[in-house]
Design a protein around this ligand. Sequence first.
Ligand SMILES: [Cu+2]
Length: 586
Amino acid sequence: MSSSSSTTTLPLCTNKSLSSFTNSSFLAKPSQLFLHRSRSQSFKVSCNANNVGEHDKNLDAVDRRNVLLGLGGLYGAANLAPLAANAAPIPPPDLKSCSKAHINPDKEVTYSCRPPIPQDIDSVPYYKFPPMTKLRIRPPAHAVDEEYIAKYQLATSRMRELGKDPFDPLGFKQQANIHCAYCNGAYKVGEKELQVHFSWLFFPFHMVFVFYERILGSLINDPTFALPYWNWDHPKGMRIPPMFDREGSSLYDEKRNQNHRNGKIIDLGFFGTETQTTELQTMTNNLTYMYRQMVTNAPCPLLFFGNPYPLGTDPSPGMGTIENIPHNPVHIWTGDSPRQPNGEDMGNFYSAGLDPVFYCHHANVDRMWNEWKAIGGKRRDLADKDWLNSESFFYDENRNPFKVKVRDCLDSKKMGFDYAPMPTPWRNFKPIRKTTSGKANIGSIPPASKVFPIAKLDRAISFSINRPASSRTQAEKNEQEEILTFNKVKYDDSQYVRFDVFLNVDKTVNADELDKAEFAGSYTSLPHVHGDNNTHVTSVTFNLAITELLEDIGLEDEDTIALTLVPKQGGEGISIDNAEIVLVDC
Ligand SMILES: [Cu+2]
């Protein structure tokens, strides 16, 4: 168990962060942010370096929201769900059988995502990461200097140049195709489609994109070149990193939401609709999401990694916390959904790799894996052999084909890279109970048995639900995690979907203000193809860990608690069979 008691500092836009840039013309325009904390307090903040005094006031505003408590509730190690007895790991895909990818079940990708087939396809060796004398150190993308940007731009433009040969595995298009083929149904394993999202393959598969970084380095003869990480979990990084927003640069992509450029603060819960709230509230919500997804809702490995996906099972069994938020929303927020039919580029799996910022986004997703393990408790890699021995196929920087096992991708240092450290303010951002209106009166809302099944989540719904045990001792809580489970959450998976879950409040809850203990979490989905049955309907189990929330709200002694579901996107297409609270070993 670990907790940090250091004071959180949230430099939203300090002059220090700007000093590492040698040419201020490359920065996002100094924007005037009008941040209103409440009716009684308002702050005007400028990202101008000479307005630090006001800026500090703003930091204080966020600091006051922060409760410096420990992390709590992190214990032992095991899995949430048992596996089938005769399962096997997912093997590398059969390249020869690679067919057309689909944008949705009815629509094919207009080009083939298939990689070049190696001559000796049956004897592709396993990759051995070469020993490094010097680690590649991935920098936070908002804080790199012009020398770094010049190198990164040069390497990317050379990769784009190689992409003119559509079959060069080092070309930019082929690199993007990797994500297209593994994520939009081009590959089969056995009789079933291969999908590396919505399951425990999400983290290790994307980690293997490390070859992209090695290729970039080789194109500029710099064996220490490292990808930058989009530091969206820190207020300084909550915008498109400026170097990606320079038109004409090899790092720029035309197919991005134009409303989200020039320093616009990112909403890490974005699902297609701009929330009508202040930028301070957006950043506060962002830190709340990070705390929920890394700490509260990910005390057990499978909650963090996603559900088991052994050979022979259906794809997309259920995603882990970070894939859900902020991974999915960052994709959608960046993609050009206002102008492109399928949210291209970042807003759809098949096209996401065509935007250079994709690799920067995923570098931070990878970083969250290390940060999650660093929190301690039961937060450690899975020991399941079906996970450890799952494989994927890649070309290295010398155009040699290799297979890679998940077990070889668990330690970034062994893979030759590490991250330049940045503070993680979300670790101390445990939301507190809000005493504002919206507290539910258990007697005035229907029980879960009267509300489920929910045929359409087209408006907020409140209900009461019984707990299997109350007043649990610390030893009991150490032993078992209390999980709120929604069974058979069904929705049209060609649509954006999001709903939020609140505890102990009724429908009058302010669902745009998430920094409160009553906010339990959200379910989101990025449009994707699913299975071979050609239907659009996905059915998943959605779990939220509530042990810590019950402590925070003071509900530990209650036998029955109130819940409210608030649809945020696509609710008319969401149905839910039932909800229950269960105790599980984790
Ligand atoms: Cu992604």
